[in-house]
Design a binder for this molecule. Structure first.
Ligand code: AMP
Ligand code: MG
Length: 196
């Protein structure tokens, strides 16, 4: 059976950092897969975009095709080894919020766990301002809060189509990162026991 732990959180929440540290500090053999990378490989090949931050501006139906293609590749990998999937519950696009996992896509992946990483809007805003490598949208704290609320709602609908369990992990300034990493390690330990 394919085994997938999905890790979500809005841009700037520290998702990739926590995930990297958690994997470095455990012997658990999860293959780290970035869903955006898989989509981007296809989008680049098809000449649809030049930059990964251009994908969210594509026609929603085109994005859905990329999601489905990426999902099929995730399942192939997850049949061989447990996959930790770095991705987004919803994507803020110029047209509106886009579901990261529309029904067909979530039913293809059927994750076992959905982890949501959260922080306060002001913490997220601060981290975004410090990360100038990315072409991030400028948002207010209210917009960030709304996006996090929508992501929780989206996670519930994904659990409905997959039987996944949902875990919320907070990543606050100072000691928060260490705690968040330890919490993720706990989830992975728990998840992998189910897999064995
Ligand atoms: P990231 O590096 O995780 O911020 O992802 C880069 C880009 O990949 C995002 O801005 C989205 O355009 C795309 N992406 C990642 N996960 C998904 C998803 N589940 N559905 C649609 N697009 C996604
Ligand atoms: Mg990331």
């Amino acid at each position: 059976m394919p085994f997938v732990v999905m890790i979500t959180g809005i841009p700037g929440v520290g998702k990739s950092t926590i995930t990297r540290l958690a994997l470095q500090r455990t012997a658990i053999k999860f293959r780290l897969v970035n869903f955006g990378d898989l989509m981007f490989e296809e989008a680049l090949k098809a000449g649809l975009v030049k930059h990964r931050d251009g994908m969210r501006k594509l026609d929603p139906m085109v994005q859905k095709k990329l999601q489905l293609g990426a999902a099929r590749r995730v399942v192939e990998m997850a049949e061989r080894e447990p996959v930790l999937l770095d991705t987004h519950a919803t994507i803020r696009t110029p047209m509106g919020y886009l579901l990261g996992f529309p029904r067909e896509v979530i039913e293809t992946i059927k994750p076992n766990y959905i982890v949501i990483i959260e922080a306060t809007p002001s913490e997220i805003l601060g981290r975004r301002l410090r990360d100038l490598k990315r072409d991030r949208d400028v948002e207010t704290e209210e917009q960030i809060q709304r996006h996090q609320d929508l992501n929780r709602a989206a996670a519930v609908s994904y659990a409905m189509h997959s039987d996944a369990l949902i875990k919320v992990i907070e990543n606050h300034e100072d000691k928060g990162l260490e705690e968040a990493v330890n919490e993720l390690i706990e989830v992975l330990n728990l998840a992998v026991r189910e897999y064995d």
